[in-house]
Design a protein around this ligand. Structure first.
Ligand SMILES: Nc1ncnc2c1ncn2[C@@H]1O[C@H](COP(=O)(O)OP(=O)(O)O)[C@@H](O)[C@H]1O
Ligand SMILES: [Mg+2]
Length: 312
């Protein structure tokens, strides 16, 4: 059985002129054990999608099933199958230890005292907080609180774990700790849907990437495909003297001008080359019949730039 099945889901907010269509005809399926990265810029609809899946928002239309359970028709049953971690600094009792918080939330989620204690130890270990579990949560860093949120989301052994921007606002070291915790969960077979607008999270954690743009899923591809595009794409900066090259906008499919202007009495142009091919080399070469090319610099693209290209 699939872990998550989303069929033709739309969600809008407000009415009339002010209506915002946050999700438009989204289709997505996750197999058990998959970790899928949902990538999108701010406002793309990532949080809305996680909220619809986790029964916090109703879809305007369409169907969502988690482990075969319809989230609208069988809401309570669906909630037992999933956990969503929306993150943030709040939601814990600051004076209490992480261990006591986790036990308390375990009991709230329906576990017996004994089961809450046992399961609490497991989930604290899964996110690497065992050593510091007796410290009051108010002494925790943002990243430790985020890991505690994830631990709390694991208490009920969900069939689907959703993490909304788990590293947002963390310093690089804290963010890496969170990624380590999520990587461990992934390797232990938990089905994870993770959102981020940071390419680095997706690159590290997901094997499959879906891209949400203005409410629509526009890409669904293995991470390797995205990485291939990152290694083939590049920015090329060319400067020189004499007559400037003829450069405006799209040179050809896959080669476009990013910036151009005068420089030290000469000219300077930056191209973006999506992939190196005879055609793209020829297109570049044809641009300077009279220009004197002085300097050529190639800046290899990174995943951030590929993401920007894909979502432009
Ligand atoms: N409760 C709400 N009321 C009105 N508009 C909302 C609400 N929640 C989200 N939106 C709008 O829906 C769009 C998607 O938002 P969101 O799902 O939060 O995006 P993301 O998480 O990718 O940043 C945005 O245009 C946002 O302003
Ligand atoms: Mg969001």
């Amino acid at each position: 059985m699939v872990a998550l099945e989303i069929v033709d889901v739309s969600r809008s907010f407000g009415r009339g002129d002010k209506a915002v269509q946050a999700l438009k005809n989204v289709d997505l399926t996750l197999e058990p054990g998959e970790t899928v990265g949902l990538l999108g810029v701010n406002g793309a609809g990532k949080t809305t999608l996680l909220k619809v899946i986790s029964t916090l928002l109703l879809p305007t239309s369409g169907t969502v099933r988690v482990a075969g359970v319809d989230v609208v028709k069988q809401t309570r049953e669906a909630r037992r199958q999933l956990s969503v971690v929306l993150g943030g600094e709040r939601g814990f009792y600051g004076r209490l230890s992480a261990r006591d918080n986790i036990r308390y939330f375990g009991i709230l989620s329906g576990l017996s005292h004994r089961a809450a204690a046992a399961r609490g130890e497991q989930v604290l270990a899964q996110v690497g907080l065992t050593e510091v579990a007796d410290r009051a949560v108010e002494t925790y860093s943002k990243g430790m609180k985020q890991r505690l949120h994830i631990a709390s989301g694991l208490l009920t052994t969900p069939k689907l774990l959703m993490l909304d921007e788990p590293t947002v606002g963390l310093d690089p070291i804290e963010a890496e700790h969170v990624r380590e915790a999520v990587a461990q969960l992934r390797d232990s077979g938990v089905t994870i849907l993770l959102t981020s607008h940071y390419m680095v999270d997706i690159e590290r954690l997901a094997r499959r990437v879906v891209i949400l743009q203005a409410g629509q899923l526009t890409h669904d591809l293995p991470l390797e495909r995205l990485l291939e595009q990152a290694t083939s794409a590049a920015e090329v900066n060319v400067s020189g003297a004499g007559v400037p090259p003829l450069t405006n906008g799209e040179v050809m499919d896959g080669v476009r001008v990013v910036r151009s202007g005068p420089l030290d009495g000469g000219w300077n142009v930056t191209f973006e080359v999506r992939d190196w091919s005879p055609a793209s080399l020829r297109a570049l070469a044809d641009l300077w019949p009279q220009a004197e090319v002085g300097d050529v610099r190639v800046l290899p693209a990174n995943l951030e730039r590929v993401f920007a290209q894909l979502t432009r």
